[in-house]
Design a protein around this ligand. Structure first.
Ligand code: HEC
Length: 157
């Protein structure tokens, strides 16, 4: 038996077409490169010194996006890297980021999340009420209307 894939209900619109232009202008394509919307590269976490031999062994994009390095630096399965995730199917998934800390795409572009008094909308450890969700500040300085267009585009992928 074959189970049909769920179809994305978000069709391209005038708004999402504006968002597509912003996506390119903001340089999102450098890392989230079409058609897979990932460059399939590893980015080092803050504080990770890349061993020389890794450059020939792995496909590394030598820029930290500055997200919380805790899981990849301090846990047993950690590698020191975060892989650029594909943005395909954002419309049916979430919460977002490697630690599932943001419930909505709006939150990713909200500068309030950089401060310590932020209440994460997604996962947070049980003993934590507020915490900053640092890093990946791309698109944060856009206007409200530009963010709406960008998110409309992201939801069509
Ligand atoms: C320098 C590379 C880079 C650039 C530029 C970049 N991203 Fe990302 N993006 C990443 C990495 C790495 C992650 C994963 C970070 C993590 O989970 O800690 C990520 C995560 C995301 C996520 C969450 C995906 C998920 O499944 O949790 C979204 C959405 C996203 N980026 C959208 C964008 C948009 C929109 C732009 C442009 C405004 C952008 N990114 C620019 C590297 C980049």
């Amino acid at each position: 038996m074959y189970i049909p894939l769920p179809q994305n209900p978000n069709k391209p619109s005038a708004l999402s077409e504006k968002g597509k232009i912003i996506f390119v202008q903001q340089g999102c394509v450098t890392c989230h490169t079409p058609p897979l919307f990932t460059n399939n590269k590893l980015t080092p976490a803050d504080g990770f010194a890349i061993p020389d031999e890794h450059y020939s062994k792995y496909d590394i994009f030598d820029i930290s996006v500055g997200t919380d390095p805790g899981y990849t630096m301090n846990t047993r399965r950690g590698t020191g890297y975060y892989k650029t995730p594909s943005l395909l199917g954002l419309w049916y998934r979430g919460p977002f980021m490697h630690d599932a800390t943001l419930a909505n795409l709006e939150d990713l572009f909200d500068p309030a999340r950089l401060k310590d008094d932020y209440v994460p909308t997604g996962f947070k450890p049980h003993d934590v009420k507020t915490k900053a969700v640092p890093g990946h500040e791309f698109g944060m300085d856009l206007s409200k209307a530009e963010k709406e267009a960008l998110i409309a585009y992201l939801l069509t992928l």
